[in-house]
Design a protein around this ligand. Structure first.
Ligand code: AP5
Length: 224
């Protein structure tokens, strides 16, 4: 099978990270989530983290040049040479163009852009109940996907916390940034014939089944 180069698109809280965890298990691909990379950089107080923090706390996007450098460098390593899942990148049309050009320089291309969509109302209720583990960022929801033991990650036993940018006013801002700056990326991939849409309002299992079926069809069509 040729390499599987996937991106996950969609509003905050649509379930991109939730689906990515499942796809990583299915296909054993490296997973690059720009939000996780940036949150780790903030925690480690690196130069990237110091630059990114103020934008993230406001619910704004970090500048394109900052995040493009991080991702392009990672794609150009052995880690991602047999395929990848990108979550949270690209988020602007210039980022999408930079990704296309960087892959072309490596004589590679994207397999598909997977859009997991959900309504603003659904997103608000999901994000308010989201909890992540401090060790690896595993994702839970207090009502729809609770851990077996309250406040403790099933996978690594670490503590579950709420993300700093999951306050309601910051989520509103992230949603409006999504509509203004990231929705045009959907058209970019539609024009390139790479877009595949999934109804993120459905259960995690249904969304996962739909994505797997779509990837299987792409394989049968010889695109993988
Ligand atoms: P990032 O971390 O990428 O946040 P996001 O895109 O806003 O997405 P989320 O992580 O909030 O949501 P998700 O879709 O992964 O949902 P999840 O699976 O967790 O980015 C954070 C910040 O970093 C940005 O604001 C920006 O500042 C910066 N940044 C990142 N990338 C950047 C870039 N490329 N350029 C510039 N700046 C960048 O699910 C949410 C909740 O719902 C969970 O509790 C989950 O259990 C539950 N859930 C999931 N699926 C379902 C379902 N189907 N049904 C019911 N509940 C569900």
């Amino acid at each position: 099978m040729s390499e599987l180069n996937l991106i996950l698109l969609g509003p905050p809280g649509a379930g991109k990270g939730t689906q990515a965890e499942r796809l990583v298990d299915d296909f054993d691909l490296p997973y690059l989530a720009t939000g996780d990379i940036l949150r780790q950089a903030v925690k480690d107080e690196t130069e990237l983290g110091r630059e990114a923090k103020e934008y993230m706390d406001r619910g704004d996007l970090v500048p394109d040049d900052l995040i493009v450098r991080v991702i392009v460098d990672r794609l150009n390593t052995d880690e991602a040479s047999d395929g990848f899942i990108l979550d949270g990148f690209p988020r602007t049309v210039p980022q999408a163009e930079a990704l296309r050009d960087a892959l072309a320089r490596l004589d590679r291309s994207l397999t598909a852009a997977l859009l997991v969509d959900a309504s603003d109302e659904e997103v608000m209720s999901r994000i308010s109940g989201r909890r992540i583990c401090v060790k690896a960022g595993h994702v839970y929801h207090v009502e729809t996907d609770p851990p077996k033991n309250d406040g403790i990650c099933d996978q690594d036993g670490s503590r579950l916390v709420q993300r700093d940018d999951d306050k309601p006013e910051t989520v509103q801002k992230r949603l409006s940034v999504y509509h203004d700056q990231t929705e045009p990326v959907i058209g970019f991939y539609e024009d390139a014939g790479l877009l595949r849409r999934f109804d993120g309002n459905r259960s995690p299992e249904e969304v996962h089944d739909h994505i797997r079926a779509t990837l299987a069809t792409l394989k049968l069509e010889g695109e993988l």
